[in-house]
Write a protein that binds this ligand. Sequence first.
Ligand SMILES: *[C@@H]1O[C@H](CO)[C@@H](O)[C@H](O)[C@H]1NC(C)=O
Ligand SMILES: *[C@@H]1O[C@H](CO)[C@@H](O)[C@H](O)[C@H]1NC(C)=O
Ligand SMILES: *[C@@H]1O[C@H](CO)[C@@H](O)[C@H](O)[C@H]1NC(C)=O
Length: 353
Amino acid sequence: MVASVQWLFLLGITTIQFTVTKTQQKDDREKKPQSVRDLFNTTSCIPPPFRCPHPQMQFYLYTRSTQEKGELLNTLDNNSLTYSRFNTKYPTKIVVHGFGGGRNLSPSTDMRKAYFTRGNYNIIIVDYGTLVREPCLSQIEWAPRFASMCIAQLVDYLQYHPVKPVAPERIHTIGYSVGAHILGLVANHLNEGKLGRITGLDPTIFFYMGNNRSRDLDHTDALFVDILHTGAGILGQWGPNGHADFYVNGGSSQPGCAHDTIFQTLSCDHTKVTPYFIESINSPVGFWAGPCPNLLSYLIGWCEPKDTEYVLMGEHLTHRARGVYYVTTNAKPPYARGFPGKSRRLRSVTPYS
Ligand SMILES: *[C@@H]1O[C@H](CO)[C@@H](O)[C@H](O)[C@H]1NC(C)=O
Ligand SMILES: *[C@@H]1O[C@H](CO)[C@@H](O)[C@H](O)[C@H]1NC(C)=O
Ligand SMILES: *[C@@H]1O[C@H](CO)[C@@H](O)[C@H](O)[C@H]1NC(C)=O
C-alpha cells in the first residue's frame, strides 16, 4: 500500500516535469528515455549472467602514484592486488557512485583529487557506470542487491587476501544516491566482519523506489554510519537512520538539481551533497554542525548547542557523534562556514542570498 503510493508520487512528479520541459528537450529526445515505459526497456539493464564479478561492475584502485590511471582489480585473482599499488598502511576507501556516475566522471574524480591532496589512500571506485546511465526500472528492486553482492565479494577479497589483507572494520565506504543504498546492503552478504564506516550522501530518492525498508541503509550496516541529507525535501523527509544524520541547510531544496528529463529526476544527485563532502576533506574551517532534534526547532532557532556539542560534518567526523545535526553553508564555494560564533544560534539563515 505504502509502496504504491510512493510509486504514484514518483510517476506524478515525472509526468509533470515532462509536460513542462517538452520543448527544451528536442535534441536529447532521441537518446534519453522519455517515459516510464522507456525506463523499463533501456539498454542499461544488467545483462546476464548474474554472477559476481560481473564484467560491467569493475573495481578500480587509485593511489597517489596512480591518480590518473586506475588499476583494475580482479577479485578472482589474488595476484591482482598483490602486484597493485595497494598499500595496507594507507586508509582504504571504497566509493560507490549513483545513477549516471563513473570512475572518470565528477564527483569520483574530484573526490580522489581531494583525498590525494591530503595524503596517501587506497581509493577503490566501484565503476558500474555502463549499467546505470539510466536506471532500469524492471531491475531496480534487485539490481542494487546484485551490486552489493559484488561489493561484498570485493570486501571479502580484501579481508582474506594472503599478502595484503585489510579487515572490513578498517574500510570506509562512501556512497552517493543509490550508491548509499547499495552500501547498506553489503552487510547482508559479508562472510564475516563489519564495515568500519558507511558515509551515505543523500540516499533519499532511492528509498521511494523500493518498498522494503529493511533493505535501507541504517545504523546496523557498519560500525559507524553517517548520512548527509541535502535533497530530502524533494520527495519528503527521510531518516534519521544513521548513527549521525546531517541535514544541510534544513536538509532540502539545495539549488542546482536538474529536472529536465525523467532520468535527471531519478538520478538527480542532489548536486550539492558531494561538493560539501569533498570540501570537508581539506577544509581549513570545516562544516561545524550542531545537534537539534528536528527541522521545526532548527527553523525557529530554538536550538542553542553548547560549543562542545558541535561536531565536524564530513570526512573528519568523530565516530562518537550520535543523533541529528543541522548545519548551514555558504551558497558558493567555499561552502564551509567554520565554527559558529559564541552567541550565534544554530538557525536557518537564508543560505542563498
Ligand atoms: C523495447 O525495445 C525494443 C527495441 O527497441 C522494442 O522492439 C520493443 O517493442 C520495446 N518494448 C516495449 C515494451 O516498449
Ligand atoms: C586468495 O587467497 C586466500 C588465502 O590464501 C584464499 O582463501 C582465496 O581463495 C584466494 N582467492 C583467490 C581468488 O584465489
Ligand atoms: C525485505 O528484505 C529482507 C532482506 O532482503 C527480506 O528478508 C524480507 O523478506 C523483505 N520483506 C519484504 C516484505 O519483502
